[in-house]
Design a protein around this ligand. Structure first.
Ligand SMILES: *Cc1c(COP(=O)(O)O)cnc(C)c1O
Length: 368
């Protein structure tokens, strides 16, 4: 493993834990194939490192947001094909067709353009029909589905490989989610007699353990792959943590009583206070919103409260209650002792926002 002794902040990534998390879902849904979502630096875990680690797993596709992310998977020489979840600009479609990447279909115009490119390059273009069952973000609307097969029939350079949709509130609105599932099932039933749809997928992390969509045969896994399940489930405790964020004490001082700490003095010492300066800040992705929220780090076996505001590169924590802290000591900033969810609640955001905020300055260290 790489030498971290001079790193101020780094993330240790456990790809075995990701493989384990995939296996938990595989055990619950043995008939379903899996798309591993690696968009946004694999939820902060590092796109290249994660794609390399998972390429040999029994997964079907790597889910990405953009052709630029697909190109990074491609450049690694992965055997698993990128699946571009979001809409693409016309100028991006040529690379999709030439490289055989999977793309989502939201309109007849897109289908016609892809077909023309397929003809030009002598390739079949693999597309998955996206049906907007309520997310309001992309896809064809359910009322476009009955006429779809007729529109697609003459486009002989397309291979309509699948049909999918995305749930908008699976963790929060069960009845609306059931309506989305029904709407998806209706779209599949409508098209099933008219075309082959080998891949049918709807559920992602908030739904895999809690809903069934009878016609589906693949799930798309983001958060669960990274150890976080958004909904209560007996399987949640089987998931393993995949990222631990560490930082080091860079300086140790004792400040006198009535001394302000950090910008604007939102914290003032009440008595003499042993303060450790730690080499992480919002420039690394430790959110400024964590200022004055009771946020804490885990250092030498105990919790130390963050004092005052988070700055760009450093935070200050109270270590008055622990003996023998030294510059260079390692604090856990996020991980088994300071869960993702704790930071999420304090910063009043969502878990994916915390994890994708980790910046390029934070080296990702892959556990051997
Ligand atoms: C990001 C994304 C996912 C992954 O969502 P998780 O809730 O993290 O599993 C799945 N499907 C689509 C279309 C997405 O954009």
């Amino acid at each position: 493993m790489q030498d971290t002794s001079l790193y101020r902040a780094w993330a240790e990534i456990d790809t075995d834990a990701m493989k384990h998390n995939l296996s938990v879902v595989r055990r619950v849904l043995p008939e379903h194939r899996q798309m591993a979502i690696v968009k946004a630096e694999a939820y902060g875990h590092g796109l290249e490192g994660v794609a390399k680690a998972l390429d040999g797993e029994d997964i079907e596709f790597f889910g990405v947001a953009t052709p630029a992310e697909a190109a990074r998977i491609h450049a690694l020489g992965c055997r698993k094909c990128p699946f571009i979840l979001g809409p693409c600009f016309p100028a991006e479609r040529e690379a999709i067709v030439q490289n055989g990447w999977r793309a989502a279909l939201s309109s007849i115009e897109e289908a016609e353009h892809f077909n023309a490119l397929g003809k030009l390059y002598g390739k079949k273009v693999n597309l998955h029909i996206n049906v907007d069952t309520g997310m309001g973000r992309a896809g064809l609307l359910p009322h476009d589905i009955p006429s779809l097969a007729d529109h697609l029939a003459p486009l002989e350079h397309l291979n309509i490989e699948g049909i999918f949709s995305h749930l908008s509130a699976a963790a929060d609105d069960i009845s609306f989610t059931h309506r989305q599932i029904e709407s998806y099932e209706a779209a599949v039933a409508e098209l099933a007699g008219k075309m082959q749809l080998p891949y049918r997928h709807l559920c992602s992390s908030s739904a895999v353990f809690n809903y069934t969509a009878p016609s589906t045969n693949m799930v798309r896994l983001g958060r669960i792959l990274y150890g976080y399940s958004p909904m209560p489930s007996p399987y949640n405790r089987e998931l393993r943590n995949t990222l631990t964020l560490y930082s080091r004490v860079t300086l140790l001082r004792t400040l006198p009583a009535q001394h302000g700490v950090s910008y604007n003095h939102t914290y003032i010492t009440s008595g003499a206070t042993k303060v450790a300066t730690i080499g992480i800040g919002f420039g690394d992705g430790y959110l400024h919103y964590l200022s004055n929220t009771g946020a804490r780090v885990y250092l030498n076996g105990s919790y130390c409260p963050v004092l005052g505001r988070v700055t760009m590169d450093q935070i200050m924590v109270d270590v008055s209650h622990i003996k023998g802290v030294q510059p260079g000591d390692v604090a856990e900033i996020m991980g088994p002792n300071v869960p993702w969810e704790e930071l999420t609640a304090r910063a009043k955001t969502i878990p994916s926002n915390v994890i994708t905020s980790l910046t390029a300055r934070v080296p990702r260290v892959y556990k051997a």
